[in-house]
Design a protein around this ligand. Structure first.
Ligand SMILES: C[S@@+](CC[C@H](N)C(=O)[O-])C[C@H]1O[C@@H](n2cnc3c(N)ncnc32)[C@H](O)[C@@H]1O
Length: 236
């Protein structure tokens, strides 16, 4: 390993130790929440994008085409159920629309907003899935564009309560998404970062947002197998 990479790795470990070692972990919910198993089972019945990648606990490849670790996603649902209700939910990077639909059914929001560039191979299912969500509005295009901001300005009444960030996974891309949504957030808006373990760019921006005091970290759910990492922070 080169020296530069080693320094970066040490920095990340240090930031993790300083900022996220005390946040809620998946193990707490797995052992303390009696609904964990049932919600995880429901998630597995919805279907995944890939059994090989997301695991054979899913009952089928297809359906909602979820790109989620079922343990992490179950923990996220329970966290959201405990902290709701919510009026406005935004997902950046909707792909099949399955995660948005699953969250609307398992958690519930009054209004949902989707921003996605339509380039994922599963985006052909997006329309079918999003159309089952009450009060959904959809923007197809780049989340970093002026049009995406305009879409939020025109459509979001009030402010966002929950934002699921899962679009461009480069550090710069995630950072731009954070900047975009801050303009539509209040103190307490929940920012969910998907892939804080699986993607270096997401991990860096998750930690950067905490270090810069944009969010207070509340939880990071990391599954034991095929970990992707879901970080949740509350806008300060
Ligand atoms: C990892 S997938 C999202 C998975 C989805 N959230 C789920 O849980 O099933 C990332 C999605 O973001 C889209 N995407 C990537 N960069 C984007 C950008 N700058 N603006 C909008 N969408 C983007 C991709 O085309 C893809 O549909």
């Amino acid at each position: 390993m080169g020296l530069k990479r080693l320094i970066r790795l040490c920095k990340t470990r240090l930031f993790r130790y300083i900022f996220v070692r005390n946040v809620e972990k998946i193990s707490k919910l797995q052992s303390n929440n009696k609904n964990f198993r049932s919600i995880r089972d429901k998630i597995c019945e919805l279907g995944t994008d890939s059994l090989d990648y997301f695991g054979h606990d899913y009952k089928l490849e297809g359906g909602y085409f979820l790109q989620q670790n079922p343990d992490e996603f179950a923990a996220l649902c329970l966290f959201l159920l405990d902290n709701g209700p919510y009026t406005n939910y935004l997902e950046i990077g909707t792909a099949s629309g399955g995660t948005c639909l699953a969250l609307s059914q398992l958690v519930g929001f009054s209004n949902a907003f989707s921003i996605d560039d339509g380039r994922h191979k599963r985006s052909i299912c997006q329309q079918e899935h999003l159309s089952q969500i009450p009060n959904v509005r959809q923007f197809i295009g780049n989340s970093h564009s002026a049009d995406a901001k305009q879409f939020l300005r025109r459509n979001v009444r009030g402010l966002l309560d929950v934002v699921f960030i899962d679009g461009d996974h480069s550090a710069e891309g995630v950072w731009k998404d954070v900047q975009l949504v801050l303009g539509f957030s209040r103190s307490g808006t929940l920012l969910i970062f998907h892939d804080t373990i699986a993607s270096k760019g997401v991990e860096d921006t998750w930690l950067r947002s905490i270090r810069k005091k944009i969010i207070a970290p509340l939880a990071e759910y990391v599954g034991r197998d095929r970990a992707m990492g879901i970080g949740i922070g509350s806008v300060l």
